[in-house]
Design a protein around this ligand. Structure first.
Ligand SMILES: Nc1ncnc2c1ncn2[C@@H]1O[C@H](COP(=O)(O)OP(=O)(O)OP(=O)(O)O)[C@@H](O)[C@H]1O
Length: 298
């Protein structure tokens, strides 16, 4: 069952800015990562999920409810951290936490207290004087404290130091273990690798790939960087029917399925090259490959 579903969603801000024909489906209990460069369209997509934006075309649904029309109802079952945290007019972290608890009709703050302790947050601090990391921690506590079945997190670890980021990852793993459906954008590839089942990459407002993390990390394909002896050789190699991307005038990144490895090596032996290195299978490597290659997933 899809808990979060976007079908053909477009929000066109003009000048090729916005999001275009977005299709995403996040199943019950799935942790789904969302990555892309600055301005790629992550926050715009997430704001549609929260019913803050109405799409020009297409449908956005959470638990089969229209995200725009049923925004109030949806908020009761979604924990959300915004990309840009702006607190209402409250003095302290505690005041904000209590105010949000009241809105959620939450009387038991024991989980909030556990999170506060684990994230080493001092909620008595003046909210206006809080550092970016402290504000982020406060937003995380509020998003998670009512134990909602769906978490929508827009770059939740921005501003957290490495220790706190590790603690956050642990918390998210535990939330996933409870069966939560999680949609999380991030610039941190490792945290998506560690927590998510699937990842979608967005580039210039369009989804360029959706893949299982396990398949990205698997050894079904290999990624090589070849440094050719000169530009002519690299240009000639780019004509081969292989999944290649030029990194520089003489360097090429190539994705090779294991079953054509021998064929690839035979082809390569007809070229002059100075260096051949195998890359690790990581989300970061996949991201660079697709971003420079510009594959589309319409
Ligand atoms: N209200 C708006 N009016 C006009 N353009 C907008 C508006 N909101 C966003 N955009 C543009 O839409 C594009 C996508 O922006 P968005 O904030 O969704 O990107 P992002 O992937 O979240 O980026 P970042 O990683 O920097 O947070 C950008 O080109 C942005 O300038």
């Amino acid at each position: 069952m899809a808990m979060i579903e976007l079908q053909n969603v477009t929000k066109d801000y003009g000048d090729s800015r916005g999001i275009f024909n977005i299709n995403l489906s996040i199943e019950l209990g799935e942790a789904f990562g969302f990555v892309g460069t600055n301005g790629a369209g992550k926050t715009t997509t997430i704001r549609h999920l929260m019913g803050f934006l109405k799409p020009n075309t297409g449908t956005v649904q959470i638990k089969n409810l229209d995200a725009w029309q049923n925004a109030a109802e949806i908020k009761q079952c979604v924990g959300y951290t915004p990309g840009e945290i702006a607190f209402p007019d409250v003095k302290t972290g505690w005041e904000f936490i209590h105010q949000q608890a009241e809105l959620l009709q939450l009387t038991d703050l024991s989980f909030a207290n556990q999170l506060i302790e684990r994230l080493q947050l001092d909620p008595s601090a003046n909210i206006k004087r809080m550092s970016k990391g402290m504000k982020q921690k406060t937003a995380i506590v509020v998003a998670l404290m009512a134990d909602p079945p769906i978490l929508i997190l827009d770059e939740p670890t921005t501003g957290l130091d490495p220790l706190m980021r590790a603690e956050f990852i642990q918390i998210i793993k535990e939330e996933k273990g409870k069966g939560k459906t999680i949609f999380m954008s991030s610039h941190m590839f490792e945290e998506i690798e560690e927590t998510c089942d699937k990842v979608a990459m967005i580039k210039e407002g369009k989804i360029i790939t959706i893949e299982a993390i396990s398949s990205i990390m698997s050894n079904e394909h290999q990624q090589f960087i070849i440094e050719f002896s000169n530009e002519q050789e690299s240009t000639r190699f780019m004509q081969e029917k292989l999944d290649s991307v030029a990194i520089s005038h003489t360097m090429v990144s190539v994705n090779i399925e294991n079953n054509i490895l021998n064929e690839f090596l035979a082809i390569l032996s007809t070229y002059q090259f100075d260096n051949l290195t195998e890359q690790n299978h990581t989300l970061q490597e996949q991201f660079y490959h697709l971003y420079s290659g510009g594959q589309s997933h319409d």
